[in-house]
Design a protein around this ligand. Structure first.
Ligand code: NIG
Ligand code: FE
Length: 393
């Protein structure tokens, strides 16, 4: 939890009423009008017509605004030092993104103190919260040695329960001529040090990072250590990562920009969520993934920011929703689902990304009469009030 978080554990109840449009993501009828929500402690206690709402200790008048579940940002890299603004400028001048800049951030991150890394990551989580994100997944991956991966995850764990060990982000500079030794380090001592602080393990399966055999070895070792699986894959080129993710039962295959028909069939027949990260295509000036094709094929799609200093330095889920609608063929309702319930699915959570009695009281009042404005009014600060764990932030 952030130092600024207040816990509503005392069981105080809050009535949010006069909601013009309530998107619950619960069941067939996911939209209510003239609705109210009652929160008890950190959970939702009641949802229904405003006229029938029970009394509560506190009352928030939504003034006819739209209300949505808090965004679930299921893919972010927040523990790092420095930035790569010059690399971004060079890309906008025509250079292409290779992932090689990750090593620049690794050097800066290793040189930073615990306090600097904690403060920087906390600032990003707070920035996300102000933009309506109530759950964030945070990866390591800019330490790439035992001590720096471990401390990255310790810091991530102080901010979210959804922490991911990404020791296999790239082969660090000191191991460039002996990548097999690096894989042995990742699957051995680094995994052992990271596992107590991580729920998930992730690998960047890509040309220039880790190949299919290395990815399989790392994910298998992670699973044996009790971690659940996610994979960065098919971002820059087609490759074996999506099929591997499905075969190994990963919760999520992330990026999914370059997919074959067989990749899409495999995803559609699986429980693996395709997590799309349009901030990365925006910031690397690359073609967007075809979300329409995935949804039409029956693939479960999530949207996330990929917030990181290299390929996607945005913390804004509303921006990603707008890109998904404008550039990736999703209807606004599909994009909102992917940014809330889809993200929850990719984290194997059923208590977030949805508004129903018993779910976490994570909800956002928009300064808009309908959620459609998230895509219709891009770049506009539409987040009016965020309730996280039942507490107005
Ligand atoms: O998801 N693809 C690998 N990792 C990040 C980029 C990290 C970086 O460039 O620093 C991503 O895009
Ligand atoms: Fe990423």
């Amino acid at each position: 939890m952030l130092a600024t978080d207040k816990a509503n554990s005392g069981g105080m109840s809050v009535l949010v009423t006069n909601i013009g449009e309530l998107t619950t993501q619960d069941g067939e009828v996911g939209t209510l009008h003239d609705a109210a929500v009652v929160v008890n402690g950190d959970r939702i206690a009641w949802i229904g017509p405003a006229a029938q709402a029970p009394a509560a200790d506190e009352r928030i008048d939504a003034g006819g605004r739209a209300v949505i579940p808090g965004f679930v940002d299921s893919h972010a890299h927040l523990v790092f030092a420095g930035d790569r603004a010059a690399e971004f400028a060079a890309r906008m001048a025509g250079e292409s993104y290779t992932g090689g800049g990750i090593r620049t951030t690794v050097a800066a991150t290793r040189a930073a103190s615990d306090d600097e890394l904690t403060a920087a990551a906390g600032r990003l989580v707070a920035e996300m919260r102000r933009q309506g994100t109530t759950t964030v997944e945070i990866k390591s991956g800019y330490g790439l040695n035992v001590d720096d991966e471990k401390r990255s995850l310790r810091i991530a764990r102080s901010l979210t329960p959804e922490t991911t060990f990404l020791g296999a982000h790239v082969v660090p500079a000191e191991y460039l001529d002996r990548p097999d030794e690096y894989v042995a380090l990742v699957t051995g001592p680094m995994l052992a040090a990271a596992a107590p602080y991580a729920r998930w393990i992730d690998v960047f399966c890509e040309r220039g990072a880790f190949d299919g055999d290395q990815t399989r070895a790392i994910l298998t070792a992670g699973a044996e250590a009790g971690l659940e699986l996610r994979v960065h894959t098919n971002q820059l080129t087609a490759g074996p990562g999506v099929q591997l993710a499905v075969e190994l039962g990963a919760a999520s295959a992330d990026h999914c920009t370059h997919l074959s028909d067989a990749d899409i069939d495999a995803l559609a027949a699986s429980d693996t969520v395709a997590t799309l990260l349009p901030g990365a295509e925006f910031s690397t000036r690359s073609p967007y993934p075809d979300a329409r094709r995935l949804v039409d094929a029956g693939v479960t799609v999530a949207l996330a920011t990929d917030c990181n200093p290299g390929s996607s330095y945005t913390s804004s889920m509303p921006f990603c929703v707008a890109l998904a609608v404008r550039e990736m063929g999703l209807a606004p309702a599909e994009a909102l689902w992917a940014a809330t319930a889809g993200g929850a699915r990719s984290l194997r959570r059923d208590d977030i990304g949805v508004l129903r009695p018993g779910a976490r009281a994570d909800l956002v009042l928009l300064d808009a009469p309908t959620f459609l404005h998230l895509a219709y009014r891009p770049g506009v600060p539409l987040i009016h009030t965020v309730l996280h764990n039942g507490v107005p932030q």
